[in-house]
Design a binder for this molecule. Structure first.
Ligand SMILES: [Fe+2]
Length: 469
C-alpha cells in the first residue's frame, strides 16, 4: 500500500514537472552586455552573454541576434536596420545563471548594435549594448564624469543632454560614469538618465555611487551588476562599487578585483570607483589594501568622483597639486558634472566638468587640463563644461567653436544636407565617417581635427569640389 502511494506520488511529481516544463514560460533577464556593461568585440570574436533565468540549470535562450542601433536622436525615425544572427558556441550553467558564448559573424560592419535575445515566449532587447569594432586606434580618448545633474527637473535633463552633446563632439572610445548618476533614486530619474545616455555615441561603462542606494532597485534594473570588467581592445576598464553599505569596498569585491586585475606589465588597466581611498570623503574598508593592490599591479590611473571637486593623489596618499608627472598610480578625483561644487583646495579653481583621458600606444599620456592656457597641463584639473559649441547657420554647414586650451583630435560633428544637395557629398574639412539617410534628409557624420581655441566652419561639398587642391 505504502509503495503504491509512493509510486503514485512520484508519477504525479514527474508528470507535473513535465507539464510545467511544457507550459510554463521560462523567464530570463540579460545581465550583460547591456547599457553600463557593454561588449566591444571584433567580427569573428567570441563574447559572453550572461543570462539569469527563472529555472535553475536551464537558460531558456534559443537565439541571439544583433540589430544595428538607430542613429542617435533619430529613435523614432525609420532608419534602415541591419540584423545579424550570432553563432552560439558554448553554454555554462551555474544555478540560475547561464554564460552563453556568442560569436559576431565575420563581415559585420563596425558600429553600435542592440542585442536581441529570444527564447520560448520571451524576447529581451538590450539597446546599444554591443559595439562591433574591427580594430582599436593606437591613439584614442576616454571621457569620464561623475555626480551628474539633478534629473527631477527639466533644467537638469537639459544640462545632461548638453553634456552628452559635448562629449559626442569629443568622440571618445568609451564614456565612464563614476557614480552618483541619479539622485533620489526615483524611477523617472533613472528613466531620464538612460534616455540621455542612449544619445551617447560611445559605449557607456557605469559604476554606482552612494546616492544610487537611494533607489538601489532602479540602479540594478537599469545598469545591472555594480562591479564588472569591460575590455576595449587591449585596455581593461574595471568598475567597482564603493557606495555599498557605509562607503566601503566589500571583501567579496576586493577578492574579485584581485582575481580580475591583470599582473603588472601585462596590458593597460584603468579602474573607476566612486570614492577615493584616501582622506577625506573616502571609503574606509579595504582602502589602503586597494591603493596598494592598484600600485602593485601597475595600474596607471584610478578615476573617482564624490568630492564635487578636482583632486589627485599619489600611491602614498599625498595630494599632488604640484605636477602631473610623478611615478606610480595616479588617483584622480573628478569634479561634479552637474551637482553643487565643493571647495576642497585653497589653490585649485572649481567648475563643473569631466575628464578626457588620452591613451597612446597602450599608455595613459594625459588626464588633466591646462586651465590657464600656458601650454602646460595643470595638476588635477578636469575639462570645464560648456567650452565646445556647434551651430548650424544654414543647411549643409556647421560652425564648431572650441574654447578649450587643447585641440580636439578626431572630433565628430553631424551635418544635415540641404534639400537640394547633390547625390555625392564630402566635407570641406575632415572626412565623412558615416552617412545617415532618414526619409528625405541625409546626415553626414564628419570626423575632423579642431585646433585649440579655434572656430572652424565645415561645409558639405559635391565630391569633385572637395578633391580640388
Ligand atoms: Fe557621492
Amino acid at each position: 500500500m505504502t509503495q503504491r502511494w509512493i509510486r503514485a506520488l512520484t508519477a504525479l511529481l514527474v508528470g507535473g514537472g513535465i507539464v510545467a516544463w511544457l507550459l510554463l514560460p521560462v523567464r530570463f533577464a540579460v545581465e550583460r552586455p547591456r547599457l553600463g556593461i557593454p561588449a566591444v568585440v571584433a567580427p569573428g570574436e567570441t563574447f559572453s552573454i550572461v543570462v539569469r533565468g527563472s529555472v535553475p540549470f536551464w537558460s531558456g535562450v534559443e537565439k541571439a541576434e544583433i540589430v544595428s542601433s538607430a542613429p542617435i536622436d533619430t529613435q523614432n525615425a525609420r532608419a534602415p536596420r541591419q540584423r545579424h544572427v550570432l553563432v552560439l558556441t558554448g553554454l555554462r550553467l551555474t544555478g540560475v545563471h547561464a554564460d552563453i558564448k556568442a560569436v559576431v559573424p565575420a563581415g559585420v560592419p563596425d558600429g553600435p548594435y542592440d542585442l536581441v535575445v529570444s527564447g520560448r515566449q520571451r524576447i529581451v532587447v538590450r539597446p546599444r549594448s554591443l559595439f562591433v569594432q574591427k580594430s582599436f586606434p593606437d591613439r584614442f580618448s576616454l571621457a569620464q564624469m561623475a555626480d551628474l545633474p539633478e534629473l527631477t527637473t527639466d533644467d537638469g535633463v537639459r544640462r545632461l543632454n548638453a553634456i552628452v552633446d559635448e562629449i559626442n563632439v569629443v568622440n571618445p572610445e568609451a564614456v565612464l560614469l563614476t557614480g552618483d548618476l541619479a539622485y533620489g533614486g526615483a524611477w523617472h530619474s533613472y528613466d531620464r538618465l538612460v534616455r540621455a545616455l542612449l544619445r551617447l555615441r560611445a559605449p557607456v561603462i557605469a559604476a554606482p555611487g552612494n546616492h544610487e542606494y537611494e533607489g538601489w532597485a532602479g540602479y540594478l534594473s537599469y545598469f545591472g551588476s555594480p562591479y564588472h570588467a569591460v575590455d576595449l581592445g587591449k585596455l581593461r576598464i574595471l568598475s567597482l562599487n564603493s557606495g555599498h553599505g557605509r562607503d566601503q569596498l566589500t571583501q567579496s569585491q576586493f577578492r574579485w578585483l584581485r582575481d580580475n586585475l591583470p599582473p603588472a606589465g601585462s596590458g593597460l588597466t584603468v579602474i573607476q570607483i566612486h570614492h577615493p581611498p584616501f582622506p577625506e570623503r573616502s571609503f574606509r574598508v579595504n582602502d589602503l589594501a586597494f591603493a596598494a593592490l592598484a600600485s602593485e599591479r601597475g595600474v596607471p590611473l584610478v578615476l573617482h568622483g564624490h568630492w564635487h571637486a578636482d583632486g589627485v593623489f599619489d600611491g602614498q596618499g599625498r595630494r599632488r597639486e604640484d605636477t602631473t608627472a610623478f611615478p606610480g598610480t595616479h588617483f584622480a578625483v573628478t569634479t561634479a558634472a552637474g551637482r553643487a561644487l565643493r571647495r576642497m583646495s585653497e589653490t585649485l579653481t572649481s567648475y563643473h566638468g569631466y575628464r578626457i583621458v588620452r591613451i597612446e600606444a597602450g599608455q595613459v599620456v594625459s588626464y588633466t587640463y591646462d586651465v590657464d592656457g600656458d601650454g602646460v597641463r595643470d595638476a588635477a584639473a578636469s575639462v570645464p563644461l560648456g567650452m565646445i559649441h556647434v551651430e548650424a547657420p544654414e543647411p549643409g554647414t556647421v560652425r564648431v567653436k572650441n574654447k578649450l586650451n587643447e585641440a580636439l583630435p578626431n572630433a565628430r560633428v553631424r551635418i544635415a544636407a540641404g534639400a537640394d544637395a547633390g547625390p555625392v557629398m564630402s566635407a570641406s574639412r575632415g572626412t565623412v565617417a558615416e552617412v545617415i539617410e532618414l526619409g528625405e534628409t541625409r546626415f553626414f557624420e564628419v570626423v575632423v581635427d579642431i585646433p585649440a581655441r579655434s572656430e572652424v566652419v565645415i561645409s558639405l561639398l559635391p565630391a569633385q569640389l572637395a578633391e580640388q587642391p
